[in-house]
Design a protein around this ligand. Structure first.
Ligand code: TGC
Ligand code: FAD
Length: 396
């Protein structure tokens, strides 16, 4: 086993280009030096990391909207590079990956894919450089897994739209400069998307606190009360629920790589610990039960890396399906969840200290397991693909 890269058992590095590896190493170096030291206190005090400052540094390194073409001041890299960036940020903390995945997949992507030329020119360069922060509002207090039942409404009134609705559990909702708001049109019944700027009359933003997960990041709520925006703020190419759901594909892809980052960080942390820590006169690493746990971790990490890598190439070729993305999100988050818990266990009492990362990853991953489609929802997406029968909704 390669001691410097213990979790690259199948030489997956050889499947990456030099450019992809270069981005990964520069991102990792920056994060280890400048960001990891900030995370424990932020998490402990539930004081979100300063994304205003960090966002600009992320922007300089091309970490925001990595896969969006260069023409609008975006990095113009590929999906695999976006995945590697997500892996590296989530190695540190899931809140950082949330920020990167939401900005890239849920704010920049809908503007790039469904926006007007003016919207792209106005917002994309500022989002890519971290000058402004965005959020994505799909989930509502009464509708999470089932966004088709959303209560948010939009109504055309002359050249303007009147927007009403509440979106909750929204990453960066409290600090966002712009919100992507999804609502059903009262007149034609279709789901439409809008870019709502902070400060627009009737747009209210607030933070959610006392979280037991994602404590180094911000999650909030926003509501629009008879909020009027000009038609220029509507995403003109978004015509139905498929538009917000297609954005989820981008972020779910990022999560599938981010989860590998959690698993790697836990594996590497625990591997060095069990080599050092002695009980019964010998290092923990010498016990068969400990080795069985390490072998399990390595096997699952290797499989997850291969799934993420292959999905990256399919995304780059424009061939990845929603179901393939679901498989990667579900599998990789599940194994990262198991590995974080196992790593915590193997650290003994030290495992409950925030000085070691597994307990923090373990708490964070409960959010990751739930958002962007719960584990159950991805099971049902796969079940539908296998059988051709949807099992999401039942006629009662
Ligand atoms: P269904 O009939 O399946 O689909 C409606 C229309 O949408 C199309 N579609 C998709 N298109 C692109 N990508 C996808 N992933 C798509 N899924 C569906 C579909 O083809 C159809 O199009 P059309 O033209 O035929 O009308 O819709 P359904 O109501 O039966 O729902 C299916 C279900 C349950 C899979 C879907 O609602 C779902 O995925 N629910 C989960 C909701 C979810 O994931 N929410 C996430 C909110 S954002 C978030 O969590 C951010 S956390 C980020 C962070 O901090 O990292
Ligand atoms: P529910 O849909 O009420 O589900 C509750 C339970 O029931 C789950 O276990 C679920 O799997 C199960 N369940 C639901 N339907 C079925 C079914 N048909 N069959 C079997 N079981 C089912 N949303 C956004 O729009 N934007 C964001 O930026 C965002 N950020 C988030 C950040 C964090 C930290 C968190 C925790 C959530 C965030 N969300 C965001 C919301 C997230 O997408 C939802 O929490 C998620 O989609 C699940 O919805 P819910 O919480 O309403 O759970």
């Amino acid at each position: 086993i390669n001691v410097s890269r213990p979790a690259d058992f199948y030489n997956i590095d050889e499947l990456l280009t030099d450019e992809e590896k270069l981005v990964r190493s520069s991102v990792r170096e920056f994060l280890e030096k400048e960001v990891r030291p900030l995370v424990i206190d932020a998490w402990h005090e539930e004081k979100p990391l300063n994304f205003r400052e960090l966002g600009k540094k992320f922007g300089e390194l091309g970490m925001l909207g990595a896969f969006i073409p260069e023409e609008y001041g975006c990095p113009g890299m590929n999906y695999t590079t976006f995945g590697l960036i997500c892996q590296e940020v989530e190695r540190i903390d899931s809140a950082l990956r949330s920020f990167v995945a939401v900005t890239s997949g849920l704010v920049m992507y809908p503007i790039w894919r469904y926006g007007s030329e003016e919207q792209k020119k106005k917002y994309l360069p500022k989002l890519a450089s971290g000058e402004i922060i965005g959020c994505f509002g799909l989930t509502e207090p009464n509708h999470g897994s089932d966004p088709a039942s959303m209560e948010a409404r939009c109504k055309k009134d002359g050249d303007e739209w009147i927007l009403n609705g509440t979106k909750t559990w929204i990453t960066e909702a409290d600090i966002a400069d712009i919100a992507i708001f999804w609502a059903r049109d009262v007149d034609d019944g279709r789901v439409k998307g809008f870019i709502v700027e902070k400060g627009t009359k009737g747009f209210h933003q607030s933070a959610l606190t006392k979280k037991g997960s994602m404590r180094a990041g911000g999650v909030g709520e926003f509501s629009l009360v008879n909020c009027r925006v000009p038609d220029e703020q509507r995403l003109p190419e978004a015509k139905g629920l498929g538009a917000p759901l297609s954005c989820l594909n981008q972020a779910r892809f990022g999560i599938s790589w981010g989860a590998v980052g959690i698993a790697l960080d836990c594996f590497e942390t625990v591997l060095s610990y069990v080599k050092e820590r002695k009980q019964f006169g010998t290092p923990l690493a010498s016990f068969q039960l400990v080795q069985e746990k390490l072998a399990y971790m390595l096997i699952e990490i290797t499989k997850a890396q291969l799934v993420a890598w292959r999905l990256g190439r399919l995304m780059d070729e424009g061939r990845a399906t929603t179901e393939q993305i679901s498989l990667a999100k579900k599998n990789n988050v599940k194994i990262a969840r198991d590995i974080a818990r196992l790593a915590r266990e193997m650290l003994g009492a030290n495992g409950i200290s925030l000085d070691y990362s597994p307990i923090r990853h373990m708490a964070n991953i409960e959010s990751v397991y739930t958002y962007e489609g719960t584990d159950d929802i991805h099971t049902l997406i796969l079940g539908r693909a296998i059988t051709g029968i949807q099992a999401f909704r039942r006629e009662l």
